[in-house]
Design a protein around this ligand. Structure first.
Ligand code: SAM
Length: 274
C-alpha cells in the first residue's frame, strides 16, 4: 500500500471498497505517470540502472537465482517501470523486454537505455492484455510490477500462461499478503495488526476535490495465489520471503528494519507452466 505521495499529488482520502479492472487501470496509469519522476529519483540508485532487485529488502536476482539461466532466453517483464531488471537480464545474455502501464515510466526506461547503452525494447500496455503471440517467452517476471495493481488477476495470470512456452517460468514479487493486516507505517505502529488478513476489499485513494479514484491496490491471500497459479496450469516451485538484512537501514514506504525484523514485507512466487 502506497504512502509515499508525490509532491504534486492532489490531496486524497483513503478507502477500502470494490474497484473493477477498468477503474483500476484508469487510476493507476495516471498515478504512476505523476509519480514516476519522484520514484526514479528516490529509488533509482538503489535499483541500479542495470540492476535486478526483488524488493525493498534488497534481494537481488544475482543472489536469488529464481529465473534460472536467462542466457539466450526470451524474457518478458510485466510492470517494468524504467526497465532496470530487464536491462540486467540483457547483461546476462537474455533477450529482455518490458511492458508497463505508465508512459512516464517508459520515458525513464528510454532515458536509461540511452545513458547505459543497454536498450530494453518496451511497450505500453497492461498485464491483463499482453500484446504478444501465444508461446512467445521462456520467462515472464514482475518485480513489484503490475500484479497488485490489477483487479482481474485471473485474467492476468491466464495471459501470462498464454504467452509462456510450455515449461516456461513465471516469477513475481508483491507486498507480502500478511502486510495487509497492518497499518502501512514503517514505525512501531506498523507492527500492530488492525485489519483482517482475509478482507480482500481493495485499498483505494480518492481525489478529495473530484471524488475520482486516483490509486488502487488489490489484495490476495497466500492461499488465493496458490489457487490462481494452479488454476492457470502452473506448478508452484518456490515461495521466497526475504529477511531484512542486518544493517540495512533504508526505509521504503511502509518497509523498514523496524518492521522487517519481525514480519515479511515481500513475497516472491516462482512457478513453472506444466
Ligand atoms: C513499484 S513499480 C515497479 C517497477 C519496476 N519493476 C521496479 O522495480 O522499479 C510498479 C510498476 O507497475 C506498473 N503497473 C501498474 N499497473 C500495471 C498494469 N496493469 N499493467 C502493467 N504495468 C502496471 C506501474 O506503472 C509501475 O511502473
Amino acid at each position: 500500500m502506497e504512502n509515499e505521495q508525490p509532491s504534486g499529488h492532489p490531496p486524497v482520502r483513503v478507502e477500502r471498497r470494490p474497484v473493477d479492472e477498468a477503474e483500476s487501470r484508469r487510476a493507476n496509469g495516471p498515478d504512476w505517470d505523476r509519480y514516476a519522476d519522484e520514484y526514479q529519483s528516490t529509488h533509482g540508485a538503489f535499483l541500479g540502472d542495470v540492476g535486478f532487485v526483488w524488493g525493498p529488502e534488497g534481494l537481488t536476482e544475482a543472489a536469488a537465482r529464481v529465473l534460472g539461466d536467462v542466457t539466450d532466453r526470451d524474457v518478458l517483464e510485466v510492470g517494468s517501470g524504467a526497465g532496470q531488471c530487464s536491462r540486467w537480464v540483457r547483461a546476462q545474455g537474455g533477450r529482455g523486454y518490458g511492458l508497463d502501464l505508465s508512459f512516464r515510466q517508459l520515458q525513464h526506461s528510454r532515458r536509461i537505455d540511452l545513458e547505459s547503452g543497454m536498450p530494453v525494447p518496451s511497450v505500453l500496455g497492461t498485464a491483463t492484455h499482453l500484446p504478444f503471440a501465444d508461446a512467445s517467452f521462456d520467462v515472464v517476471f514482475s518485480s513489484f510490477g503490475a500484479l497488485q495493481f490489477v483487479s482481474d488477476i485471473e485474467l492476468a495470470v491466464v495471459e501470462t500462461a498464454r504467452v509462456l512456452r510450455p515449461g516456461g517460468r513465471f516469477a513475481f514479487s508483491i507486498t507480502h499478503p500478511t502486510r495487509w493486516m497492518f497499518p502501512d507505517d514503517p514505525g512501531e505502529a506498523g507492527l500492530v495488526a488492525s485489519q483482517s488478513y482475509w478482507d480482500r476489499t481493495p485499498y483505494v485513494e480518492v481525489d478529495d476535490a473530484t471524488g475520482v479514484v486516483s490509486y488502487v491496490e488489490h489484495h490476495r491471500t497466500l492461499g488465493d495465489w496458490v489457487t490462481l497459479l494452479a488454476d492457470a496450469g502452473f506448478a508452484l516451485t518456490r515461495l521466497l520471503e526475504p529477511e531484512w538484512p542486518e544493517g540495512h537501514d533504508r526505509v521504503w514506504g511502509g518497509w523498514s528494519g523496524t518492521r522487517g525484523r519481525y514480519t515479511p514485507g515481500t513475497a516472491i512466487f516462482v512457478a513453472d507452466l506444466r
